[in-house]
Design a protein around this ligand. Structure first.
Ligand SMILES: Nc1ncnc2c1ncn2[C@@H]1O[C@H](COP(=O)(O)OP(=O)(O)OP(=O)(O)O)[C@@H](O)[C@H]1O
Ligand SMILES: [Mg+2]
Length: 451
């Protein structure tokens, strides 16, 4: 039978096995109106005194199916439901997929609305992905997941993902246990653990693994005391973790990097991310997540074990003028929540720590506000050496002495401009000095009317 036949109400289908051998007419296929039409016809037949035996239809919902399979009343099933975020929905699907594989010979599965189970792709980074069940009910018979039978249902309710466990009447604890076991299994062997993740928040919160370019300390020239603070910040989840824990201290820390544009705050956060990747899970957070999804973000983060959360430019949410808005309060609550969990390092960047509301800087939210200053003369010389090709004999110290107040980003521009104008072979101290003092490396002011 073709799809168009299926929708044709006049189509005479194959004899209904239920009524085979009787002289009753076969049911016409009424497509989606089938159930209602059957009920109406059955009603009329009953009125006429010739009741039609009810046709057993395929159960539509998970509980209908389970009630029939377990031979109990649908209403007496024990059902425990938990809403989950879209990200956790996929991750629980990952664990459920593993459970299915473990008991492959024993489980029975169904999709929603009599369809096949539905799968979605969970991105594991580096081009690797796995398909996991996202709309399905999986029945684990007695003696597989539990002594009692238990079914896990995953799906969407009006677009919102949920997770439900069903158990036999009087065995609510079996359903609770199954959902707890899913969480525990995810926490014990999280597919994202130790990876670098990008959190995006346009429309909804998504967290996907990324492969960042490694950034090293050698690429960044900063004063020793800055590096010292960075070392202390990491120690909470590395060398000093056990000591802190043994004495009942929190291993979570918050570090706020403050400084003018271009001094290397973002690069420093990336160096931290590179150094800690593998030891902890790194979560890079965009501004739209900051504004809308902070609570959800830290909920996800809790399942990831030790992690580093990088919040860029918190000025967009933490400024005094945003006080009173919901997202500001949520942002603070989320920071507090992060402190309640162990092993969460938060590093944030801001251009203007003075403008940040004092509530953001309260100890316990950010333990350290670290000023990242523009480089001094020696720093400028070292940064110029970093960006000018080696072996050209250029007097970087002399050039640096003319660039008081320049940031790392400025110095990189001077070097880039010099290379553009003269190439490697044409570079001389005088020529680079000329570029540095002329200001040609600065972005040109926009002139003219573009309208
Ligand atoms: N101290 C430094 N040492 C070496 N390179 C630097 C330094 N500071 C800045 N740079 C160079 O300038 C680039 C831009 O710096 P970065 O984006 O980290 O600045 P930022 O402080 O985050 O600025 P913003 O406040 O505008 O976000 C860096 O990728 C790096 O190439
Ligand atoms: Mg930055």
């Amino acid at each position: 039978m073709t799809a168009s036949d299926e929708r044709n109400p006049l189509h005479e289908n194959a004899p209904d096995p239920q009524h085979a051998g009787t002289d009753r007419p076969a049911w016409p296929d009424l497509g989606q109106h089938d159930d209602a039409a059957r009920a109406a016809v059955a009603g009329i037949a009953a009125l006429l005194g010739r009741p039609i035996p009810e046709k057993t239809t395929e159960p539509r919902t998970a509980s209908e199916w389970l009630a029939r399979t377990w031979d109990v009343h649908e209403a007496s099933l024990e059902t425990v439901s938990r809403p989950v975020s879209p990200v956790l929905h996929l991750l629980y699907g990952f664990v459920l997929g593993r459970w299915i594989a473990e008991h492959a010979d024993d489980v029975t599965q169904r999709g929603p609305d009599r369809r096949a189970p539905q799968m979605s792709r969970l991105d594991l980074g580096a081009g690797i992905g796995v398909t996991v069940p996202t709309a399905a009910t999986v029945l684990f018979p007695a003696g597989t997941r539990d002594e009692q039978p238990v079914a896990i249902e995953t799906g969407y309710h009006f677009g919102d993902p949920y997770l439900t466990a069903h158990a036999l009447p009087g065995h609510r604890e079996v359903a609770e246990r199954a959902l707890d076991a899913l969480s525990d299994d995810l926490a014990a062997d999280h597919p994202y653990r130790g990876r670098t993740l990008q959190a995006n928040g346009s429309g909804r919160l998504t967290i996907t693994p990324v492969t960042p370019t490694p950034q090293e300390r050698a690429d960044l020239v900063l004063p020793d005391d800055v590096w010292h603070e960075i070392g202390l910040f990491c120690a909470g989840v590395t060398t000093r973790r056990d000591t802190l824990r043994a004495l009942g201290h929190s291993t979570s820390r918050g570090l706020l990097l403050a400084g003018p544009p271009g001094v290397g705050k973002t690069k420093l956060a990336r160096v931290l991310a590179t150094e800690l990747a593998g030891t902890v899970t790194v979560v890079l957070v965009t501004a739209d997540v900051l504004r809308t999804w902070m609570t959800e973000l830290y909920e996800e983060v809790r399942t990831l074990g030790p992690c580093l959360v990088v919040l860029e430019e918190i000025d967009s949410v933490g400024g005094k003028e945003s006080r009173g808005s919901t997202s500001f309060g949520e942002f603070l609550d989320a920071l507090d929540g992060a402190r309640a969990t162990d092993d969460v390092l938060t590093v944030a960047t801001t251009n203007d720590p003075g403008a940040l509301d004092p509530a953001v800087k309260r100890p316990g939210r950010f333990d350290t506000v670290l000023e990242v200053p523009p480089p001094d003369a020696a720093g400028r010389e070292a940064i110029l050496r970093l960006y000018l090709p080696p072996g050209t004999g250029i007097d970087a110290g002399l050039i640096a002495s003319f660039l008081d107040g320049a940031t790392g980003a400025d110095l990189r521009e001077v070097a880039r401009r010099a290379l553009l104008e003269h190439g490697i072979d044409g570079l001389t101290t005088d020529r680079v000095l000329d570029i540095a003092t002329s200001g040609r490396w600065k972005p040109a002011a926009v002139v003219g009317n573009y309208l």
